[in-house]
Ligand binder design. Sequence first.
Ligand code: URQ
Ligand code: ZN
Ligand code: ZN
Length: 479
Amino acid sequence: MAVIIKGGTVVTADNETRADVYVEGDTIKAIGPDLDAPAGARVIDAGGCYVMPGGIDPHTHMELPFMGTTASEDFFTGTSAAAAGGTTMIIDFAIPNPGQRLIEAYDQWRSWAEKAACDYSFHVAVTWWDETVHADMATLANERGVNSFKHFMAYKGAIMCDDEVLVNSFSRAAELGALCTVHAENGELVWQLQKRIYEKGITGPEGHPLSRPPEVEGEAANRAIRIAEVLGVPLYLVHTSCEDALEAVTRARLEGQRVFAEVLAQHLVIDDSVYRHEDWNYAAHYVMSPPFRPKHHQEALWRGLQAGMLHTTATDHCCFCTPQKQMGKDDFRKIPNGTGGVEDRMAVLWHHGVNSGKLTPSEFVAVTSTNCARIFNLYPKKGAVAVGADADLVVWDPKATRRISVETHHQNIDFNIFEGMEVQGVPAFTLSRGRVVWADGQLHTERGTGRYVNRPCFAPYWAAQHKRNAAAEPTPVKR
Ligand code: URQ
Ligand code: ZN
Ligand code: ZN
């Protein structure tokens, strides 16, 4: 299948150029002014539009088994909704139960993802430790294209890592040339605060943010950063939601430590007033961790994104419908944690980021696609408009408007956290490896056309870094 995208302005993380883009099969074949359309090629008129790399969402949880239920969005509906919003790749998570072989969990998630409609990859969580975990991390890193291992510092009694697991796993990742990622909340503090708040008689969703104040995230962020610093392993903080965690990232980066940080689109525009809504169901739909914060944290997060201390944007798309949220009707601790957003991330960021002047179109491309591709070693296959790159592209119409609503979204959830938000700037066309999967306001996705994407480790670089750290190894005093 050949497609030529004519008359658009190509926007990369580096610049904007008026150019046509010619696609043949899965890849971009030519970029330049006034390209000829070969006979039979589909012609897309991109006049007045931007042509950008398809979005990459580095943080989703399709069909996640969690807190006694399973997320309502599966890999087909979730990647279709992503395509409707201009995202053409997700990085999801294979999360073993404590005691379960990492390889077994990875295989489980791979089988679930075969129905995907756009490309995907997996971070693999380390939720326990013994020699088999040590071995499985090598198999995943060297043979399954996994270069990032996730650690939940929250969720005590379920998938939480203590410092022993963190130190063992971070050390192993350093040897393998892999990246460590963390959900940074002090799980013990959360556990104790939840209990105290519940016993005070606060059982509704308003108890959720009270049990996870910003300090709880700031402590864990700093602890993970310091452990990574001592062990010489690169670190990536997921869903950085508050000033406390951002300050820890900023300090480390200013000292030259290799720390990256992610911010969710929703944490940039939604504040904690949602938890005080009179309707229980409404408030419960915003129960996710870390929670939504007081407004001043959003202003700090926008500054962090502009300053390059936050590198990627994501959604942590983890959907639970109202009946599922009501599992916590009498106890906020039992409300399944998670919100949707994979379809709305790019439009929300364009409207509140580019239209407001906070981000240039190139910076928008960097934080929605290219930085993620570079950090997770996908670039330039992904995250680029370049000859030879995968033809994951979005034709972005900066004038078109949309009112975000559960009535019109393609996500498999009965609520939209951005309900009623008017945005200007939406995808007119989305291509997934050369297939037009979104056009004229209609989805054209097909089950199973998505492919798993290998992400090789950074062994050469990190091995050198590791050797450099090793050079500083102390030697015994001869006595
Ligand atoms: O913690 C996560 O990232 C998963 C379990 C989704 N839920 C959430 O509240 N963020
Ligand atoms: Zn998390
Ligand atoms: Zn998550």
